[in-house]
Design a protein around this ligand. Structure first.
Ligand SMILES: [Zn+2]
Length: 294
């Protein structure tokens, strides 16, 4: 007998959401006004921040920056070519309010999904580039984010070029249930094939890199770079503290904590990132046969 199964999600309890005023590391949207830095409390202007890679000029606090700004700061001018720009998700599970959330995220960011993928030159060296945007549903990984990463990996393998992914994510996208969790295995398998092909993969962990993204492709880089102050971990520090029943160190799960515990290879200030990436790419260039022109 055929059973028409439809998950009953309508009565599901509302999940906890983080109020805007608690998202202290978000990119400010004060449109030209002065505002206090959440770290040192010294007043700063948006223009000042923009001129300084969205790093506080007083205390070096790294504000979040959106994906297009990030691409502009890493790719040589005019070199970025986006691939699969129109892939967007559908509400497969008929999850309440998911369509509305997607629309809101799209309107807020101008993005179709939480990652932009494509090709760019970094000081003349062609690379496959993926950049996540935490402002699109907290950079959560659903079916499209996973698919775009896998398609990028396939192109990178075809061209035998290096791959760089900037991670920024709250984890798997709960509105896609098991399908979003499946992306962890799917992206990990794709990166596994990249490793077998002997190609370079640099993972750059920005604030925050957590949940299913931290437990999959974000942690599989041949070289893992983190930005100062970035929160990196599977479960948040408050939950870990409650589970262990003891106080955690103040910088627990921050980039500086991880470098001291061997979880990342470097902590690099945003303004130095392009030159550091370029040096790493140069060191590994001998093994690749990347295309000269994109
Ligand atoms: Zn500051």
């Amino acid at each position: 007998m055929m059973v028409n199964f439809k998950p009953n999600l309508v009565k599901k309890k509302k999940y906890i959401t983080i109020p805007a005023d608690k998202q202290s590391l978000s990119h400010p949207s004060h449109a030209g006004e002065d505002f206090p830095c959440p770290s040192c409390s010294i007043w700063i202007t948006e223009e000042e921040l923009k001129q300084n890679h969205y790093i506080c000029t007083h205390c070096s606090f790294h504000f979040s920056c959106n994906a297009w700004y990030r691409i502009g700061s890493i790719a040589d001018e005019g070199s970025f070519r986006e691939i699969n720009p129109c892939l967007s998700t559908i509400n497969l599970l008929d999850f309440p309010e998911y369509d509305l959330k997607l629309q809101t995220a799209h309107k807020k960011t101008g993005l179709a999904e939480a990652i932009i993928t494509g090709w760019a030159n970094v000081n003349g060296i062609p690379v496959g580039l993926g950049v996540m945007d935490a402002q699109f549903m907290m950079g959560s990984m659903g079916s499209v984010v996973g698919e775009k990463i896998c398609r990028l990996v396939e192109e990178v393998m075809e061209q035998r070029a290096p791959l760089i992914i900037f991670c920024a994510s709250g984890g798997a996208r709960m509105q896609e249930g098991i399908i979003s969790l499946m992306q962890m295995a799917k992206t990990s398998a794709a990166i596994g094939r990249l490793h077998e092909a002997g190609l370079l993969y640099i993972s750059v962990l920005t604030h925050p890199t957590t949940g299913g993204v931290s437990a999959s492709f974000a942690s599989l880089g041949d070289i893992i770079i983190a930005e100062p102050g970035a929160l990196i971990g599977f479960t948040g520090p408050r939950v870990v503290e409650q589970a262990l029943g003891k106080k955690l160190p103040e910088n627990f799960q921050r980039a500086e904590f991880h470098i001291n515990h061997g979880m990342v290879d470097m902590v690099v200030v945003r303004s130095d990132l392009k030159s550091v990436l370029h040096r790493i790419l140069l060191m590994h260039q001998g093994g690749t046969n990347a295309q000269k022109e994109i």
